[in-house]
Every structure is written in structure tokens, then in C-alpha cells.
Design a binder for this molecule. Structure first.
Ligand code: APR
Length: 387
């Protein structure tokens, strides 16, 4: 079995297959150091933690992850908290930086005797429609090589080799949400005891605790703007205005150690299987970060695929593999729908015409319903923590 990519998807899949006695190799373009230090998402859904627990992969996050179950909305009409851990299905997030999860998974996989080839870029997936697919690679020193397997799992993200190998009939559903965020990592303790969502006429601002010393912030920015154009002073000023620090208390500032602009877009490929090639995680579907679903979907899909592959390879039952695509797509579309709902909740409409006024009034009505209706809150909680 050849697995492309050592992100959450590839590493969970590799660990589960290796534990099930399947010979597999993970091919990763970047260095080990790079994948273990790349700051990405950090909110793990209860289901994700259960999957990792079930397979003995949750020691680190059990020790160092922080349970989290409250979010706060700040708007022109005031602020309110949602104790979502006590609503819906009563489930919590675990805050655990993705690079720590990836480090734990790499270590566990290698300790168990798994093989990861770092600095090895998959160039092309060949013969995916047959039973002996192969992957051509470029090693770190530029040497070409080729790996064969019964199956190939594309866990190599949106720009990987798996997507390039898809036949012309593959459908790509795509949506550009027309919104961009400046994502920031600050060496500063969280300013709120909650995830904070601020809706402001200057744009959205978000506050996501990562640890006692580190906080992630987001600022909605103009499409095409450069992260470098924002001075630290301007960042903290703008965050204070949009988070309404004058009303709710000052932000705890610190050095900005990472920054980047992300355009919010989503896509879903269909189907997720082409002969012997399977798509998992970001390779299967890109999801906007508005509801922190990306890594959680990746883990859910990796477990589904691992089980189905074990059924096929160990028990000779190909049925679960045949259902892999449809089962994942049901979860993916649910997550996409909720992420879009969050985007519409958090962003004012651009401009000042009649349509802007209409959309802003809808957004306020949605927030008011979320503030006052227990039914709406339960729905929110179930979707917010669930995958
Ligand atoms: N060959 C080998 N490796 C590749 C190639 C390639 N051609 N292209 C990309 N990769 C590697 C990347 O370097 C990366 O380590 O594939 C890995 C993909 O990992 P992630 O991007 O973390 O994707 P995934 O495992 O699907 O996790 C999904 O985590 O933080 C979130 O935003 C992220 O939503 C995403 C989620």
C-alpha cells in the first residue's frame, strides 16, 4: 500500500493499516522537521479524539490537550456566550496544535516499525485503473524512483499528485466564498476563556486559544492583500477595535510569530475512488477554516478507509471499499454546509446598497436566534463539535 502525504490523514491511515498487518509506506514531500513544526489547525472534535483513542494514538493529546466548550459572539448588539459543551450532544473540543498531533503520529508510526520516506515527492500516480498501480517519485537528492502497491491513498492535499491523476470525468464542486482572512499566531496568552467571534462593520475578527502562551487570531482582510503589509501595531489596533476591547476588556498582546493570508474557498471531488486510488483529507475536499473541520474530516476518512482496506485485504470483502466514497461524501457535505453557515454568520456583506442591508439584517436575525433559541443552540452545538 502506498500512502502519499504525512499529514493527519496519511499518518492515521498508515498507523491503522500497519497495526492491521498491511505493508505500507508513506511518501512525504517535506522534511520531518517541516511537517512536525508547521502550525495549522488546533481544534479536535470529540469524534476525532475517540478515533485516536481507539487506536492508541491519543496519549499526547490526552496529556497536553485542553478541553474546550465555550464560544463567545461579539456584535454591534452586544455579546453572548454559548456553552456548547453543555448543549447538543454535550461534546467538547480538545485544543491541541496540529503540529503536536502530527509529531505524536510520526513518532508512534516509526516506533511501531512503520516506514515514512521524508523528502520524497510523489510526481505521478500511474495505472490507477488497474490492480498494480505505482507512484513515481523524486527523492531529496533529485533521484527518480518508483513505488508499487495494491492500492494508493492520496493524502497529499489539494496540490498533490493524487488529484493530478484523476480521470477527466471526475466532478469538482467548487465555491470561492469571496472572503479572505489574515491568520496570525501570537505569542500571547488568550484574552478570553472562549473561542471569540467578532462581527464588525470593518470585518470579522476571530480569537482561538492554542495554549497558555499562544493564541491564534484572524482578521478579515481585502482579497489580494499582503500579510507583510500589516505592522504588528496595526494588527493589535484592528483586533482591539473589531473585538470591541473598549467594551469587553483589553486584549493580551504579544509578538506575532506567524502570519499568512488565506482565501476562504471550498471544493469537493466526486467520486473519492478511481480504481485503486483513494482520496482522503484535503485531497478529497478542501474546506474553509470557518468551522475547523479540515483535520477532523481527514481523521474520520482515514479511519473509514483503513477499516475498508483491512476488510478487503484481510477478509476478502470488497464491499466497504466500494462504499468508501459515498460514506465520506455524506460527512463532507454536512461539514461543508455548516462551514458555509458559519461564514454567512461571521461576515457582513460588502458595500452599502439595499442587498447589503438585507444580508446584514438576516445575519443579525440569525445571531439573535442563536442567542435566544435553545433549539437553535442545540443544532449549533451538534454541528460545531460534530463531523
Ligand atoms: N508528494 C508527497 N507528499 C506531498 C505531495 C506530493 N506530491 N504534495 C503534498 N504532500 C504532503 C504535504 O507536504 C503534507 O505534509 O502531503 C501532506 C498533506 O497533509 P495536510 O495538508 O495536513 O492534509 P491532510 O492530512 O489531508 O489534513 C487535512 O489538516 O490543518 C488541516 O488545513 C489542513 O484541513 C487540512 C487538514
Amino acid at each position: 500500500m502506498v500512502i502519499l502525504g504525512a499529514g493527519p490523514a496519511g499518518l492515521v491511515l498508515g498507523s491503522l493499516l500497519h497495526a492491521g498487518g498491511v505493508d505500507c509506506v508513506v511518501l512525504e514531500r517535506s522534511s520531518r522537521e517541516h511537517v512536525q513544526t508547521r502550525a495549522r489547525a488546533g481544534f479536535l472534535a470529540a469524534h476525532t479524539v475517540r478515533v485516536l483513542d481507539r487506536h492508541g494514538l491519543a496519549d499526547g493529546l490526552r496529556r497536553r490537550g485542553q478541553p474546550h466548550g465555550v464560544c463567545e459572539f461579539r456584535t454591534e448588539d452586544g455579546s453572548f456566550h454559548l456553552d456548547y459543551g453543555c448543549l447538543g450532544h454535550g461534546e467538547l473540543h480538545t485544543v491541541y496544535p496540529q503540529q503536536d498531533l502530527v509529531s505524536d503520529l510520526v513518532e508512534r508510526f516509526l516506533d511501531a516499525g512503520g516506514r515514512i520516506r521524508f523528502d520524497t515527492e510523489a510526481v505521478a500516480v500511474l495505472d490507477a485503473d488497474g490492480t498494480r498501480p505505482s507512484v513515481t517519485v523524486r527523492e531529496g537528492d533529485g533521484r527518480p524512483d518508483r513505488w508499487h502497491g495494491r492500492y494508493v491513498a492520496g493524502c497529499d492535499g489539494r496540490h498533490g499528485a493524487a488529484r493530478r491523476a484523476l480521470p477527466p470525468g471526475t466532478v469538482r464542486h467548487r465555491r470561492d466564498h469571496g472572503v479572505s482572512w489574515l491568520g496570525l499566531l501570537a505569542e500571547a496568552p488568550p484574552s478570553l476563556d472562549a473561542v471569540g467571534y467578532a462581527v464588525h462593520r470593518r470585518g470579522f475578527a476571530g480569537h482561538m486559544p492554542r495554549s497558555a502562551e499562544v493564541t491564534r487570531y484572524y482578521l478579515e482582510c481585502e482579497r489580494g492583500s499582503s500579510a507583510a503589509a500589516w505592522s504588528e501595531e496595526r494588527i493589535w489596533e484592528e483586533l482591539a477595535v473589531r473585538m470591541r476591547a473598549a467594551e469587553h476588556g483589553p486584549l493580551r498582546t504579544g509578538r506575532i510569530v506567524q502570519r499568512g493570508v488565506v482565501d476562504l474557498e471550498s471544493d469537493v471531488l466526486e467520486p473519492l475512488r478511481h480504481g485503486s486510488l483513494f482520496l482522503v483529507g484535503d485531497a478529497a475536499s478542501l474546506i474553509s477554516p470557518s468551522a475547523a473541520k479540515g483535520a477532523n474530516l481527514a481523521v474520520l476518512e482515514a479511519e473509514l478507509l483503513a477499516r475498508a482496506l483491512l476488510d478487503d485485504l484481510r477478509r476478502g470483502d470488497p464491499e466497504p471499499l466500494a462504499r468508501y466514497s459515498a460514506r465520506c461524501l455524506a460527512h463532507i457535505w454536512r461539514a461543508q454546509e455548516f462551514s458555509l453557515w458559519m461564514i454567512e454568520l461571521l461576515h457582513g456583506a460588502p458595500g452599502s446598497g439595499a442587498e447589503t442591508l438585507f444580508r446584514d439584517a438576516l445575519r443579525r436575525s440569525r445571531l439573535e436566534s442563536l442567542r435566544t433559541s435553545r433549539t437553535h443552540q442545540d443544532w449549533f452545538a451538534a454541528n460545531y463539535v460534530g463531523v
